[in-house]
Design a protein around this ligand. Structure first.
Ligand SMILES: CC(=O)[C@@H](O)[C@H](O)COP(=O)(O)O
Ligand SMILES: NCC(=O)COP(=O)(O)O
Length: 251
């Protein structure tokens, strides 16, 4: 059983906006979901302003920035458009993620190692504005090292492949992926990076990731929004919090 500091839960509310946009109504309101998440024990709110605005929209980010009392983790691609929005809104944190318009969801990590010079310059004004910058990457050692080199404060390790392998019953491969995530977390922490993890996490697969001692924050969204349909958002978050605490030996 793992003991360690309190593991934070960031609740990603992208897919509350997906449901809203399905009908073009004003409900369900992502801000209302964020406020309920805060009241239910979320340590932060994550939202992804995609270039195609398929779910979270600019007005949602404005409302979240003004309307919640816990940190806002603003996910976006590393573009000039998003940098301008970040510098205007100044969220607590920004997480830079890769984006392809044709993708259904984030498919991989950002290629930081292949874009060091541009990302170093991209991060500078964000850091000067006091925004904690995170790089959404795979557990590749080169990507972790490059994230430290460009001045990122945080890496968020992509747990999507681990989640998919488990969902497909490929348990041995999932164990290998989990071992690679553990190695990546240890390497990142040794480089002075804060370590987060996220993507595809559910009640069934969260505990081994939550038990990685260097991981300080999990960002979880799609599963929680789905589970909220059956038990409500508050209880869905509370149950995820409980499972994270069990994994950390704090329950
Ligand atoms: C970066 C990440 O894994 C998610 O937070 C991201 O929001 C996924 O994109 P969608 O929410 O559009 O699936
Ligand atoms: N960065 C991961 C995140 O915010 C939530 O991802 P998911 O739980 O919606 O897959």
């Amino acid at each position: 059983m793992v003991t360690g500091g309190r593991l934070r839960l960031g609740v990603n509310i992208d897919h509350v906006a997906t449901v809203r946009n399905a009908r073009g109504s004003a409900w369900p309101d992502p801000l209302r979901a964020a406020i309920l998440a805060e009241a239910s024990g979320a340590d932060g709110i994550t939202a992804h302003l995609r270039e195609d605005r398929r779910h979270i929209r600019d007005a949602d980010m404005e409302a979240l920035r003004a309307g919640i009392g816990i940190p806002l983790n603003f996910e976006c691609a590393a573009t000039d458009e998003m940098q301008a929005i970040l510098l205007r809104l100044k969220p607590h944190a920004a997480c830079l993620v890769p984006e392809k318009r044709e993708e259904r969801t984030t498919e991989g990590g950002l290629d930081v190692a292949g874009d060091v010079e541009r990302l170093t310059a991209y991060l500078r004004p964000l850091r000067e504005a006091g925004i904690r910058v995170s790089m959404f990457i795979g557990h590749d050692a080169r990507q972790i090292e490059a994230s430290a080199r460009i001045g990122a404060a945080v890496v968020e390790l992509h747990t999507g492949h681990y989640s998919d392998l488990l969902a497909e019953g490929r348990c041995d491969e999932a164990e290998e992926e989990l071992a690679a995530l553990r190695r990546g977390a240890a390497q990142a922490a040794a480089l002075g990076l804060e370590v987060h993890a996220g993507h595809g996490l559910t009640y069934e697969n969260v505990e081994p990731v939550a038990a990685i001692p260097e991981v300080m924050e999990l960002n979880i969204g799609h599963f929680l929004v789905g589970e909220a349909i059956f038990r409500g958002l508050g209880p869905a978050i509370e149950e995820m919090r409980r499972r994270m605490d069990v994994a950390r030996g704090r329950a």
